[in-house]
Design a protein around this ligand. Structure first.
Ligand code: ZN
Ligand code: ZN
Length: 578
């Protein structure tokens, strides 16, 4: 099925996991997951994330009650009832209460002097223009200049006379008794998605209850004293009554329509809506004018009222929630990613130096498989005077000895442990033969064969290396000056010993060569492999081990090529295939 394979239809790929047997990490994982689970559950219950919600649709009606006896200047004591102080309707969901008033009685159509102000004073009729008016004037000028009082003369106007003279509201407010008025707010709400209706006069509230209830004692009482409303909004009624203002009555519904936790009650709060501070300067408060008309002796008269007062705006908002299986599934799905935080934290922990040092493990090596780009050749170098292996980039110009390490890593022997143990056994077996073997010479007495090699190069530290034109072959067995590794007894026994090499070759391929007939090339390559296995163990993935020049030449001396030709270093090792 070539097509099937090509499009990946017949494949399933899954992630490879690393399992770490650790009580500590296991406990930590489940503790963190537990904390996350508790957090998720708390958020779910607190915010009712398992519910679907619907917004409120509402209607509001209000009824203000109260009567006050007020002495009005020029009028006398007047009884104010709901019709007087409510003023004209202020629109949907709001009501108005007059708290202060300027009354101008018995106005008739006629001619009278304009109220004196800086630019309205006049000396003669020439100062007054017939038919003129502006935004501030109370009527249309007739063109005459007349006496306003003993001192001042103003232009005469055709207007409702006498003209309203007072401009600032009386202090204290004439109708500050409105503080004790009450308002009944009726609010019907509906949540269309659940076909659920409710009103703020709850089922348990009887007529008797409504007549006596007070907000101070029962927060659900739908009857409010205006003084309390203004106080809860953070204002003083007597101050606000002078020039008026706007107060918001906020009704919040947060309904839980689930059977077990059913609750649906209003919550009232109050706030001043017009800006108090800006009121102090320009056009403060709230006022408007209205008039009451009557006919006296066939002449129409009116009483003009400039009313200051407080407008109360009722605002309703809220939502209702009901259990929804779909919402619950969506919420659970959206929280699953939080568990990745545990993985993130534990991964960070096991890769952090502190934890790795404490448990003596570096999990990151097991967790991450690094693959080298084939374009970049990484060489692995082992010095006899350094414990760790160096990874070095291959360079075409610089000698390998002088290259800086890309990274340093410990020598890994795990995979070769069996092999090493095997070698050890072989060495032990051969030990008695070492002295009597004709090839074996006392290692420390051996001097490098300087005749066959060129002069010692500058990069050599052990004094046994040979110069080479290839930078990747310019490597010594040491990082700092000292004795060469080829002079060690172990080099003699592990790398050069003919009987050992023959035994290894025979071990690997028992039928390959009859005794004594093993070729020098095979022995030389086997010696290279022995050296790498001894000095490098298992080098990092993709890194090629490099045998120092002194060792290569020592092995070549021992097992020379018949024609004296060597292939030199390749990516796989000296002399080609290892
Ligand atoms: Zn050297
Ligand atoms: Zn050396």
């Amino acid at each position: 099925m070539p097509n099937c394979d090509r499009f990946g239809l017949c494949q399933y790929q899954t992630n490879k996991l690393v399992r770490i047997h650790s009580v500590r990490l296991g406990c930590l994982k489940w503790s963190l997951n537990g904390v996350i689970l508790v957090f998720i559950c708390m958020v779910m219950l607190w915010n009712r994330r398992y519910q679907e919600f619907d917004l409120v649709v509402s209607s509001v009606t209000t009824k203000v009650k109260g009567v006050a006896l007020t002495p009005l200047p020029g009028v006398g004591d007047v009884i104010w009832d709901v019709v007087d102080y409510s003023g004209p309707s202020q629109g949907k969901n709001s009501f108005f209460v007059v708290t202060n008033v300027i009354v101008t009685k018995n106005q008739k159509q006629g001619k009278c002097p304009e109220v004196p102000r800086k630019d309205r004073l006049c000396g003669t009729d020439k100062d007054c223009e017939k038919g003129a008016w502006d935004q501030q004037s109370h009527g249309i000028q007739t063109g005459s200049c007349v006496k306003f009082d003993v001192m001042k003369k103003t232009c005469e106007v055709s207007a409702w006379c006498p003209i309203e003279i007072r401009t600032s509201p009386p202090r204290p407010a004439l109708l500050s008794a409105a503080e004790n008025f009450t308002v009944l707010i009726k609010n019907n709400v509906r949540f269309p998605a659940f076909s659920f209706s409710r009103r703020n006069i709850l089922p348990h509230m009887s007529d008797g209850y409504l007549k006596t209830c007070q907000r101070g004692r029962d927060a659900l009482c739908p009857i409010f004293r205006l003084g309390d409303v203004v106080r809860e909004a953070g204002e003083t009624f007597s101050d606000m009554a002078v020039e008026g203002g706007v107060i918001g009555i906020l009704i919040e519904w947060d309904c839980n329509l689930d059977w077990l936790m059913h609750s649906c009650r209003p919550k009232y709060s109050f706030r001043r809506l017009d800006e108090k501070e800006s009121n102090r300067t320009l056009y403060p408060g709230l006022n408007f004018r209205f008039a009451k008309y009557n006919t006296e002796n066939g002449t129409e008269e009116r009483t003009l009222y400039k009313a200051f007062g407080i407008r109360f705006d009722v605002m309703v908002f809220g939502q209702a929630g009901k259990f929804s299986f779909i919402q619950l599934i969506i919420y659970i799905g959206s929280t699953l990613s939080y568990y990745a935080l545990t993985t993130l934290f534990l991964d960070w922990l096991i890769e952090s130096r502190c934890y790795a040092a404490e448990v003596g493990q570096t999990y990151s090596e097991k967790k991450v498989e690094s693959v080298q780009d084939s374009q970049q050749c990484i060489l692995c170098v082992s010095y006899v005077d350094e414990k760790k292996l160096r990874l070095v980039k291959k360079s075409q110009k610089k000698s390998l000895q002088d290259m800086k390490a890309v990274s340093v890593q410990p020598r890994k022997v795990s995979v070769f442990q069996d092999d090493a143990a095997h070698q050890k056994a072989v060495v032990c077996l051969l030990q008695p033969d070492v002295g009597s073997h004709e090839d074996a010479q006392p290692p420390l007495h051996r001097k490098p064969d300087t005749n066959r090699r060129p002069r010692r190069p500058a990069w050599c530290k052990c004094n046994c290396c040979s110069s080479s034109s290839l930078p990747q072959e310019q490597l010594c067995c040491r990082w700092s000056d000292g004795v060469c590794i080829t002079s060690s007894a172990l080099f003699q026994q592990l790398v050069l010993h003919r009987s050992l090499l023959e035994a290894i070759l025979l071990y690997q391929d028992p039928l390959s060569c009859p005794a004594g007939g093993v070729q020098a090339t095979a022995l030389r390559h086997c010696a290279y492999r022995q050296y790498i296995s001894w000095r490098f163990g298992l080098p990092a993935d993709g890194a090629h081990p490099v045998i120092p020049s002194c060792c290569v030449w020592r092995i070549r001396e021992e097992y020379p090529s018949p024609d004296g030709q060597y292939r030199g270093f390749t990516a796989t090792g000296p002399d080609g295939e290892l």
